[in-house]
Design a protein around this ligand. Structure first.
Ligand SMILES: Nc1ncnc2c1ncn2[C@@H]1O[C@H](COP(=O)(O)OP(=O)(O)OP(=O)(O)O)[C@@H](O)[C@H]1O
Length: 340
């Protein structure tokens, strides 16, 4: 029997055991290197929910790296797994399989006090529903100070930092107001200040502008950006809002529980001094070599079941399988006629 492993032939006349060992050690090395310098490393995350005896695979081997200091948007159709991922990153849920490292710590393996400490100090969370973010009978300042109280900070330090944070997100004037005395946008900005109270490394926001009008959404996004630029917090925003996604430098799209594409944006200053945003969309190639083609391209080119790949010097061409079979038959006919 001859077995093909990558480019290596394993079979009669070769040292099969040595080859397999080499391959295993290469895979191990790849795994250890993966995301070595990233703040967040999602390594083939799987989350399976079971409801009424039916299994739902919300995450299907999701890979994602987030660099320290990034401001990142996460987009995807409803049900693609965005909230599931955010809950796992926030320490509110655990993956069924796969590894999650945040700031060098193995989050999936954390238990008890370490897990609680992670949720209190390493991550901050902002929800879409303004009512879920704040304690209704506390003022904005008391809300912003509350996480520091749980973390054992002194009253003096709590007061000073709560004022500082409310100032930073532009709602210092709401200091003594309770949530029902503030607009939705003001509440979300207080929520951002509260989520940053214990100086988290990572701030997670699940549709933070989902219930707001455009102008208010801009203010709330501005507050998230301020936390990113002024405090150096890495920010990950789940959003359906194209305006929010368009303002970050990197947008990651999730499809069927996996990262499928990324859009990278940068600002270029033209000769006239005018600044223009450039965006380039990339498909994500995972470590197993899997690639999700954009749904629109698949539909347009009527691709299904299988595709034909052609390796060129500097790119790989992908052709619809069916069409390629017809083309091959046409080629064969042409060749047949030429040979007559
Ligand atoms: N607790 C749960 N029990 C069973 N299935 C769940 C649970 N939570 C989520 N799911 C399922 O997992 C899949 C991913 O859900 P998730 O909420 O992560 O998607 P999403 O991308 O955040 O969607 P949306 O944009 O609508 O919020 C969906 O099919 C959903 O029905």
């Amino acid at each position: 029997m001859t077995q093909t492993q990558g480019t290596q032939q394993v079979g009669p006349g070769t040292d099969a055991a040595a080859s397999l060992d080499e391959i295993r050690s290469e895979l191990r090395a790849g795994k250890e290197d993966y995301g070595a310098d990233a703040l967040v490393v999602c390594d083939q995350l799987v989350r399976i929910y079971t409801a009424d005896g039916v299994e739902v695979q919300a995450l299907q081997g999701l890979d994602l790296l987030v660099r320290r200091g990034e401001l990142l948007a996460l987009v995807g159709a409803s049900g693609s797994g965005k909230s599931t991922l955010l809950n796992i990153l926030g320490g509110l849920d655990r993956p069924t399989a796969g590894a999650l490292r945040v700031d060098g710590r193995d989050v999936a393996a954390m238990r008890g006090a370490a897990w609680l400490d992670y949720r209190r100090k390493t991550v901050g969370f902002v929800w879409q529903q303004t009512a879920k973010n704040l304690v209704p009978y506390l003022t904005a300042k008391q809300n912003a100070a509350l996480p520091m109280r749980f973390a054992g900070e002194s009253r003096k330090r709590r007061n000073a930092r709560a004022d500082e944070l409310l100032e930073l997100v532009g709602v210092a004037y709401c200091r003594d107001r309770r949530p029902h005395q503030m607009s939705g946008g003001e509440q979300q900005r207080v929520a951002i200040a509260t989520a940053c109270a214990n100086s988290p490394t990572l701030l997670l926001a699940d549709e933070p502008t989902g219930e707001l009008d455009t102008k208010t959404a801009t203010d709330v996004f501005g507050a998230l950006r301020t936390m990113n630029t002024e405090l150096g917090v890495t920010v990950l925003i789940v959003t359906h809002d194209p305006a929010v996604a368009g303002r970050v430098d990197r947008t990651v799209a999730i499809r069927d529980g996996r990262t499928s594409s990324e859009t990278l944006r940068h600002t270029v200053t033209g000769e006239d001094g005018e600044e223009v945003r450039h965006a380039v969309e990339y498909a994500v190639l995972d470590r197993a070599g899997r690639l999700q083609l954009p749904a629109a391209m698949i539909r347009r080119l009527e691709m299904r079941d299988r595709v034909r790949l052609e390796e060129e010097a500097d790119h790989i061409g992908v052709w619809p399988g069916q069409q390629s079979a017809e083309a091959a038959r046409a080629d064969e006919r042409t060749e047949g006629r030429d040979g007559e």
